[in-house]
Design a protein around this ligand. Sequence first.
Ligand SMILES: Cc1ncc(COP(=O)(O)O)c(C=O)c1O
Length: 466
Amino acid sequence: MTKKMTPLLEGVRRYIEDNLAPFQTPGHKQGRWVSKDLKDLMGEAPFLMDLSEPHGIDLPGALAQAQDLARASSGAKASFFLWNGTTGGILASFLAACPGKRVLLSRCAHRSVFAALALAGAEPIYLLPQTLPKWEIFLPPSIEEYKDKFKAADALFLTHPSYWGLARNWQELFSLAHSQDKLVIVDQAHGPHFRLCGKLPPDAIAMGADLVVESTHKVSTALTQASMLHLGTERVAPPLVSEALSMVQSTSPSFLLLCSLEAAVAQDAKAGPLWERTVQLAAGARACLQALGWPVLHKEELPRGIVQDPTRLVVHVRGKGQSGIVASQFLKERVGIVPEMADQHNVVLLLTPADDEKTIERLVAGFALLAKEGKEAGAIPQPPFPKAVLSPKLAICGTRQLLPLQKAVGEVAGAMVVPYPPGIPLLAPGDAIEKEQVEYLTWIRKQGWQVDGLTCEGEILVYRGG
Ligand SMILES: Cc1ncc(COP(=O)(O)O)c(C=O)c1O
């Protein structure tokens, strides 16, 4: 039974047992020639498993078998393992499903989506997200907002859930899209566990999405960079997706990543009760944090129709005059608690079946200390997203020049500028750069927030014409 669930792992196990003499890549040859420090830390096994084109393993066959198990357990029509993260899956989805087409999407999307728009030459039609007062977090657009701009689009792209764990039931929207022959792509990076437990938001495949990309490595048990792309319907032919994936992924997939994906599929098949327990654990943690005076985002505070992943705790620290970013730093340095992410107002914590009463106790103790010793810190409001004046493709294909950020007001962005996390570009390629964004970026950089897309000297790539 175990053997059938993990064809890749079984192949690797046999290869190791055969004690072969490889005269092929990788050069470390199963760890025979490798840094001692690295091996001392990692142990033997990762090197033994790190094979490239191993004799005796039918990689296409074993991969097809493992992917078919993923397909069966996710309820998809076809599933693909990804070794370049959800980023690779999003790039491939756009290349396969909507090259050169008009795509309706919330402007509040991960940076990989803007890269996908640029690479696939797709034309974005942006919906500007509302924010939830007090918490200052982006909300998923309403179904009506999508419907209003629906006509002009060939395809829809949605992020489900958001980094803050917010989601909706999109079934009606997806049916409407299909009735008008529009494809639906969903970034379910933070929701690979949704299908495993009835207490979590609805799963995108079950709602009828055509292409669903998810980070198995983020919330489930695969190794970092290991994700999956599922075809929820038969509207996109699998060979189109395989071809697109071959354009954006390495020709040398890591067996460590592949084996971790098939193991995650097997593990997830038994994980329903574990997620039920995690939901309960999160409810307990929420109650303890609230008792300490920390507001934790709760479904009653959300507009009608928006649901929340209960295993993701969004703790509001601004009410005590603190900044999420500074609080997150405090938690790491003082008590060794490492949040998933923070913004100016909140700290976001991710719970999985790996957590238990002990980890929650430590978390609560950390927040108790934060309540006593955390320092107040200022905030500035996030500026509105700027106006897009060029498509991402035109902006990156033009002549581009580096300018100091302060001198870039009035120019058009030639690249993304992305506060990280959550990885949502404040400036996308083709956006008009305004004073508000420059002031905001300057301020958050001074606070120590990571901003990708600027040089160390604070320069930005601007568009200088075709
Ligand atoms: C919403 C969202 N989509 C996509 C990605 C990209 O995922 P990956 O890191 O697996 O490439 C991320 C990463 O943080 C994300 O938060």
